[in-house]
Design a binder for this molecule. Structure first.
Ligand SMILES: Nc1nc2c(ncn2[C@@H]2O[C@H](COP(=O)(O)OP(=O)(O)O)[C@@H](O)[C@H]2O)c(=O)[nH]1
Ligand SMILES: [Mg+2]
Length: 324
């Protein structure tokens, strides 16, 4: 049994081992561990929420890890404490997470002011994102004031990460011709900023051309906001060029939105979404794991499928079994 208040105090003091232990509890498959993690997070809740939460996405190879390493190092140099988390719903299948190779984050991995945590490996995107959200809160309690959440463009993971963060950064490759084809309208709408990476050496000219094209595409696709129009910048994660400008933009967004209370509003909206997402996850888990239901559902499904039972009647029976 974990002493929640002792563990909480150790986290608030910034003890790494305590933070790692708490995150392990939150990620555990055991219900009693997760219950303890929840109690701990509830206990620490007043000390959370003070970080800038930034989501970062882009196709594999665009340079997310390289950029996070450079950006994170730049930020710890400014005195920030930086936590790097990941949402990678494929990690349980592939056996490795997108943060698995710390070689791409060689500087940050040994930086005492940074903390890198790979994606939890669990079945559902909802489950992975919920755990990452708890990890984020624990990192905030431990004093990390910048949270970078990396995700790859698979399924709905971008939406999940946008729902975790205050600012959503989309990295793009310079060869815009192909890339523009691949732009999903939804991603552009989620983006608070687009950064064309690899704007160095031979790639610099192509990156600038791509940025101009994305800028034009944004005029057509992006929703207009009174206080923010999605900037398009060029960066090099490799050389670090443009990362100071990129961070300045993120801070500008932060101060503009904060002044109007819009960061707090975005987070409250996210919290309500999370409440429902977690409830749906638990209902789904009940549906899948309740022994009586598990035994009964195939027969109900078959009966409805064969036209022998009305869908309403079957839904009623399942709802009754769930106590609804
Ligand atoms: N020239 C150049 N190469 C880069 C840059 N950023 C990343 N790369 C290279 O692109 C490849 C993929 O980078 P990585 O950070 O692993 O991409 P990720 O899959 O998005 O995390 C690696 O070979 C990097 O060295 C950059 O800014 N400029
Ligand atoms: Mg990577």
């Amino acid at each position: 049994m974990v002493d929640v208040s002792a563990l909480g105090d150790a986290i608030l003091k910034g003890e790494r081992a305590a933070l790692a232990r708490a995150i392990t509890l939150a990620e555990s498959r055991r219900a009693d561990h997760r219950e303890q993690a929840r109690a701990l997070i509830q206990h620490l809740l007043p000390q959370t929420g003070k970080a800038i939460r930034v989501g970062i996405t882009g196709v594999p190879g665009v340079g997310k890890s390289t950029t996070i390493d450079a950006l994170g190092t730049y930020l710890t140099g400014l005195g920030h404490k930086v936590a790097v988390l990941a949402v990678d719903p494929s990690s349980s299948r592939s056996g490795g997470s997108i943060l698995g190779d710390k070689t791409r984050m060689a500087r940050l991995a040994v930086d005492p002011k940074a903390y890198i945590r790979p994606s939890p490996s669990s079945g559902t995107l909802g489950g992975v994102a919920a755990k990452t959200r708890e990890t984020m809160l624990l990192c905030e309690a431990a004093g990390f004031d910048v949270i970078l959440v990396e995700t790859v463009g698979v399924g709905q993971s971008e939406t999940a990460v946008a729902d975790l963060t205050d600012f959503f950064l989309v990295l793009m490759l310079p060869n815009a011709g192909d890339e523009l084809q691949g732009i999903k309208k939804g991603i552009i709408e989620l983006a608070d900023m687009i950064a064309v990476n690899k704007a160095d050496g031979e790639g610099a000219t192509a990156a600038r051309a791509a940025a101009a094209q994305y800028q034009a595409a944004l005029h057509i696709l992006a929703p207009t906001s009174m206080i923010w129009s999605t900037p398009v910048v060029t960066i090099s994660g490799l050389t670090g060029a443009g990362l100071d400008m990129l961070w300045a933009k993120i801070e500008e967004h932060r101060s503009r939105f904060e002044a109007k209370g819009l960061i707090a509003e975005r987070r409250r909206r996210q919290d309500v979404k999370w409440m429902w997402a977690m409830l749906e996850d638990r209902l789904q888990a009940r549906l899948r794991h309740d022994p009586a239901l598990k035994a009964r559902i195939p027969a109900l499904e078959a009966a409805v499928g064969a036209g022998e039972m009305a869908p309403t009647a079957a839904a009623d029976e399942i709802a009754r079994a769930l106590g609804l």
